[in-house]
Write a protein that binds this ligand. Sequence first.
Ligand SMILES: *Cc1c(COP(=O)(O)O)cnc(C)c1O
Length: 395
Amino acid sequence: MANVHELKFLKEKIEDLKEQGVYRKLPVLESANQAEVILNGNKVINLSSNNYLGFANHPRLKKAAIDAVEKYGAGAGAVRTIIGNMSIHEELEALLSKFKREEAAFVYQSGFNCNAGTIQAVTEAGDIIISDELNHASIIDGSRLSKANRAIYKHSDMDSLEQVLKESRDKYRNILIITDGVFSMDGDIAKLPEIVELAEKYEAMTYVDDAHGSGVLGESGRGTVDHFGLHGRVDFTIGTLSKAIGVVGGYVAGSNTMYEWLSHRARPVLFSTSLPPAAVGAIMEALTMLMESTEYTDRLWDNAKYFKTKLGTLGFNTGHSETPITPVIIGDEAKTMEFSRKLLEKGVYVSGIVFPTVPKGTGRVRCMVTAAHTKEQLDKAVEVFEQVGKEMNIL
Ligand SMILES: *Cc1c(COP(=O)(O)O)cnc(C)c1O
């Protein structure tokens, strides 16, 4: 009899990955996450992190983390509903709601958790969730945890959204429209003003996952809702504390009513220990730095425009990005991974992103420019892109 512990069915799937040319080992980072890093033993320019503002290894954040550890210890010791709700967590939420210009902000341990917990808490059987087809995996998983029905509209297609709204309005009690604020694989911005108009026309609620918009768009990185001046018209604004903010955690900003309900029903908060004090201290320092000055977001945008213009001039297909996320679309999955490997051999790390993260045939390397890159580093990266692009007949 076959031994069940061999996990033969998984071995077969792994063989398939190898045949498709998409098998890989996890890269190992041997330094802090910054513009130049030590990756798998080599010094390389890092164009792959979500550390948009260079905060992940910033001295001010590190100091704040150490101070928080000194005062509150290494761990919170319990879930928030028992005794893991420290004063530092409450201070963070107050600071976040001020930063986001909303009544309240409710903090989770990650952005993923936030979607997993919030969507199911605010919807139920008899409701419908209407989601953009390119929404992040954590929204898809979060929606699956809800007892509500689900529908998809074509990416940023307002006719498609209105069609679904029309069909749904009389059949369901509550309607929740969910969109990414900034789409993580293409870097385009949601058509939020139009979405909000449609939502109001059909009496639907709106839910924006601004993981890639917070710390990037709006005044000092206040996000996509601020960018479009839509405060008070989006019911749930999700942000992550692990991308531009540089640490870990997630939150949803909105009304006091939302906060009250989530503090009773958000399952990841009810059943999983709260953020460690070090993370909370560092996050608060990051928010303080953003509220003090636009220096970081200004530098991010300046670098992003510089890099994107150079790649575009060379003739690379950078899609329709409107943000620092700069995809270079290659198409074929195996060719995409080869392109990424060759860049790495020449000292530039840009991860290849292929199916199932993006649709088949739209493989890309996704460049993430940050405020911490120097122009010299960006120039060097562009040079390597040109060499590899010519070598592989992409240019
Ligand atoms: C990264 C991301 C998340 C997850 O955030 P974490 O804090 O890393 O868990 C959620 N939604 C979107 C759109 C993201 O890009």
